[in-house]
Design a protein around this ligand. Sequence first.
Ligand SMILES: [Zn+2]
Length: 255
Amino acid sequence: MKKGYYRTDAVILNSTDYGESDSIITFYTERYGKLNGIAKGARRSRRRFVANLDPVSRSRLYIFQTGRSDLVRIEDATLVEGFPALKADIERYGSACYMVELLAEMTRDGQASPVVFDILLGFLRLLEEGGEEGLVMRFFEIKMLSALGYLPHLGGCVVCRNALNGEKVFFSSEKGGVVCKRCVEPPGDTIPVSAGTAGFLAMAARLPLEKLRRLVPSPLVAAESERVLADFIRYQIGKELKSRRFIQKLKGLSA
Ligand SMILES: [Zn+2]
């Protein structure tokens, strides 16, 4: 990005207090990917930025690239989509926070991907319209892994490449996919999964967003998918996400 002023559509991923009155904002743009910016006086002058820089908002930003630091200057922001229904529900808001945190962790600064931008927006809208949180998060995880080139091998055994014949299989984050009964090496760090789960994940990776809504897994497949994806993502990014711990806590409260 060259020095100068830019106007860009962005989804706000994170906001951190900086100094007495400024905020550091991480946001994802369609044209420039993930960027970090400083909003001067954002906390002093609520009039200027109001809720336009709150995480999980889509805003039109007017930014200045100084060319001297990794931080752009956020000069102005207008809210485009605030996702009010989602923010009024703590469980759905927790899921949205997980999605933006996952995206922030899995993308590098300044690497543009309009596909990733569309996925994020599409899934936030799905949550806003009342999509079931668990499923929305699973589909988002699969689509993000796929768009960023991290999708595990699901179409057959990742070791011998043989097809799965409806048998019980294993998932190995380290090997990057499904492993058949003959290739699994005990004691490996593998998760036993039904063939239905491998099929469900492969199908979810292929289907476009508008068709995903009709793909409804059984409780067993949903539970196995959650476990497999959580393990694989933890392996890829090397840590547990804060928002994921928050969601687990919420689940514990309602159980
Ligand atoms: Zn095999």
